[in-house]
Design a binder for this molecule. Structure first.
Ligand SMILES: NC(=O)c1ccc[n+]([C@@H]2O[C@H](COP(=O)([O-])OP(=O)(O)OC[C@H]3O[C@@H](n4cnc5c(N)ncnc54)[C@H](OP(=O)(O)O)[C@@H]3O)[C@@H](O)[C@H]2O)c1
Length: 323
């Protein structure tokens, strides 16, 4: 099968399209399915792994990736091609979307409990844009910040993958949403339901005198210390900075010394319950993806460059095999 792979850390050009063996479903792959991939999306996860971002190197190999062939892609929309032992929720031919590792390829293996049936109201292309970014927004707002009706919620980086879903999910919980993005994105982000817009090229939200119950710093252009005066006394600041694992011990130490527990981070966890929740939102027209551009798999290098630029409007999607 055709797959985008890399063998060393580096710029987008280390990626190549190669013919490799498709993943198999063997005895040990209980609860797994094989998916024929139609579309996948590109996340910061992909370029951070490809570049060999420091915290990732600690796990994946300090100077070079431990595994000889590295595959990327953590979102998938496709058709079930085969099912492994003890799979109960899917059959061959089912259209699905969800999380996996290695979807920038014609076939990928996934856990049954990380995927969900495709919503009737959207296409494979749209579905591929949703899983990781929307799960991250959902789990940050609902599970970490415990979002409530009428709370004042600020999303910094509201026009990106996670941010544009966070705006819609916060509105679903009937929060009063302030969305922060650059001038060119103000209109379409407002149309997602944001109550107030802030153009970060003209105004610094940490200096406007407002207090927020939740600040979701998706763009991670601020720090907890810069934002803490903009939080209510019981407010929560959540960073999506990829250095989260490194910050965590400092956060715990800071909280235990000062008693201030308002600075938080988290890692999203794929699971079928949350995927089903997102599916409901999609079916009821309460969540929709904004897709800026679709690249064919052959142009994976351009797709990485696009996302790494840090100014994606919504999501970038890769077309693998049209479904
Ligand atoms: N917790 C998890 O498990 C998890 C999962 C997914 C992602 N993440 C992390 O979340 C972060 C965002 O991911 P993403 O997929 O949303 O990225 P993305 O799609 O690349 O979006 C980045 C956004 O940041 C905005 N931005 C850039 N500079 C800004 C500034 N100075 N002020 C405000 N906004 C600014 C950009 O908007 P403009 O074009 O308007 O500047 C762009 O829309 C990444 O660090 C990623 O690693 C974490």
């Amino acid at each position: 099968m055709k797959a985008a792979i890399y063998r060393s850390y580096g710029p987008p050009e280390v990626l190549n399209i190669e013919d490799i063996e498709p993943p198999a479903l063997q005895e040990e792959h209980e609860g797994r399915v094989l998916i024929q991939v139609h579309y996948a999306s590109v996340n910061p996860f992909d370029y951070l792994h490809r570049k060999g971002y420091f915290p990732i190197r600690l796990v994946n190999g300090l100077f070079a990736p431990k595994e000889q062939i590295q595959r990327l892609g953590i979102d998938v929309a496709g058709t079930i091609a085969a099912i492994g032992k003890n799979v109960t929720r899917f059959k061959v031919g089912d259209p699905i979307f969800g999380n996996c590792v290695g979807s920038h390829a014609e076939y990928v293996r996934a856990r049954e409990n990380a995927i969900c049936m495709l919503p009737n109201s959207i296409t494979f292309k749209e579905a591929a844009a949703i899983p990781t970014a929307a799960l991250t927004a959902l789990q940050a707002l609902r599970d970490v910040a415990k979002i409530e009706k009428n709370q004042k919620v600020l999303i910094n980086g509201a026009s990106g993958g996670v941010g544009h879903f966070a705006v819609q999910i916060a509105r679903f919980y009937e929060a009063d949403v302030t969305a922060v993005c650059s001038t060119t994105n103000l209109k379409w982000v407002k149309d997602l339901g944001a109550n107030t817009m802030i153009d970060y090229t003209k105004e610094d939200f940490t200096r406007n005198g407002e207090k927020y119950d939740i600040i979701l710093d998706v763009a991670a252009t601020h720090t907890y210390f810069k934002c803490k005066d903009s939080l209510t006394r019981s407010g929560v600041y959540i960073t999506e900075n990829p250095l989260k694992p490194v910050y965590r011990p400092f956060q715990i130490l800071f909280s235990s010394i000062t008693g201030d527990k308002r600075g938080k981070s988290h890692l999203s966890l794929p699971n079928d319950k949350d995927m089903a929740f997102l599916r409901e939102l999609i079916e009821h027209g309460q969540l929709r993806p904004m897709i800026e551009k679709v690249y064919p798999l052959d142009r994976i290098v351009d797709a990485h460059r696009h996302v790494e630029n840090g100014h994606t409007q919504g999501k970038v999607v890769v077309e693998i095999q049209k479904g």
